[in-house]
Design a protein around this ligand. Structure first.
Ligand SMILES: NC(=O)c1ccc[n+]([C@@H]2O[C@H](COP(=O)([O-])OP(=O)(O)OC[C@H]3O[C@@H](n4cnc5c(N)ncnc54)[C@H](OP(=O)(O)O)[C@@H]3O)[C@@H](O)[C@H]2O)c1
Length: 331
């Protein structure tokens, strides 16, 4: 089958950084689905893995953790899906990614694709929806009755674009998103942010709005953390998803504030007893899309799932300037 992958970690300007491959079809295990991949989207994790991890044991590495497709076969322990079902999911970082015609995934972390979206529009959503949902409800402990203020740093990125919508639609929180450019500012407003502030002048712009009770630090946490600790309300909560090299957690002591990590791959990587929650979250997201409460965050459909288009997508992501999600469709 067709796939896109690589053997050596190379800069994206090198044509061998991602190449077109012909690899054997995967076999599903008892809990797995084998999915015919129709569309995928790209995330910063693809570029990070490509830079840090070469292929192993002479095998190429296949990236891709955002999929919309059709179930082609199901393992004997699978009860929620059958061949022909349309699904969307992120998958697991400890298994091969989905930049291939057929992909195998544990059915417990799969959701039904929103009926009102195309495969391309649906492929934009799973990884960022799971991250945003887990961060808000499972890590920060927000409930649908929670009020107060949520600050989202990196509002126009993939995760921020879902978090703005989920917080606005499902909670009583006042949503403050950061954006430093006119197109990102406008995008955050379109998605429902009550206020948009510039992260290059964070302290000044937050002052008139007041201290946030919750902070989602999605991007640039290395530099923003001291300002966020200073701005946070006493007894507030902050959740981080990116990769700061260092972090001084003692800055939170005076306020009895708490620090949380969200890593979307924790449940599938460790096969936690509650890993099926990811399937439930995606089903709920699909319902909310079909009810018109959440929208796709696809901004651009770049073309076919091939090495040339994927290299272009990685190059765009590596700028750190993309808005919403970039999607590829078909082989
Ligand atoms: N832990 C997890 O489970 C998880 C899941 C998904 C992503 N992540 C990580 O989280 C990070 C964000 O992911 P993403 O997909 O949302 O990113 P993204 O789509 O690449 O975010 C791009 C946006 O970030 C904003 N931005 C750039 N530099 C910024 C800075 N210094 N401060 C604030 N905003 C900045 C830009 O808007 P402006 O120019 O307007 O600011 C841009 O539109 C990445 O490091 C990713 O690997 C982690």
């Amino acid at each position: 089958m067709k796939a896109v992958g690589y053997s050596r970690s190379l800069p994206i300007s090198d044509p061998a950084a991602l190449t077109d491959l012909d690899i054997p079809e995967p076999t599903p295990g008892p809990h797995d689905l084998r999915v015919k991949v129709h569309a995928i989207s790209v995330n910063p994790v693809d570029t990070k893995v490509r830079k840090r991890m070469a292929g192993e044991n002479g095998q190429p590495r296949i990236l891709g953790w955002d999929v919309a497709g059709t179930v082609e076969a199901a393992g004997e322990r699978v009860t929620r899906f059958r061949p022909g079902d349309e699904v969307f999911y992120a998958g697991s970082l400890s298994r091969p990614g989905a930049n291939a015609e057929l992909h195998v995934v544990d059915a417990r972390i799969v959701g039904r694709k929103p009926k009102t979206l195309s495969f391309a529009e649906a492929a934009a959503m799973p990884l960022t929806s799971l991250t945003a949902w887990e961060l808000l409800f499972d890590r920060l402990g927000v409930t649908e009755d929670t009020t107060g203020t949520l600050l989202i740093v990196g509002g126009a990125g993939g995760v921020g674009s879902m978090l703005i919508q989920i917080a606005r639609q499902l909670t009583g929180l006042t949503v403050v998103a950061t954006a430093s450019r006119k197109p990102t500012h406008d995008w955050c407003e379109t998605l429902g942010a009550h206020h948009v502030v510039d992260h290059t002048r964070l302290a000044e712009e937050l002052a008139p709005i007041g201290a946030p009770n919750f902070v989602a630090a999605l991007t640039g946490s290395d530099t923003h953390f001291p300002t966020l600790a200073e701005a946070l309300a006493p007894q507030g909560r902050i959740a981080i998803i990116d990769d700061p090299e260092t972090l001084d957690a003692t800055l939170l002591k005076r306020k009895s504030a708490s620090l949380h990590w969200e890593f979307m791959f924790t449940r599938p990587m460790f096969e936690t007893p509650d890993m099926a929650r990811q399937g439930e979250i995606l089903d709920r997201v699909a319902d909310l899309v079909d009810e018109g409460k959440l929208r796709t965050t696809m901004r651009e459909l770049l073309g076919l799932i091939d090495a040339k288009t994927l290299r272009a997508a990685h190059e765009r992501l590596e700028t750190g300037q993309t808005i919403g999600k970039l999607v590829l469709e078909g082989f």
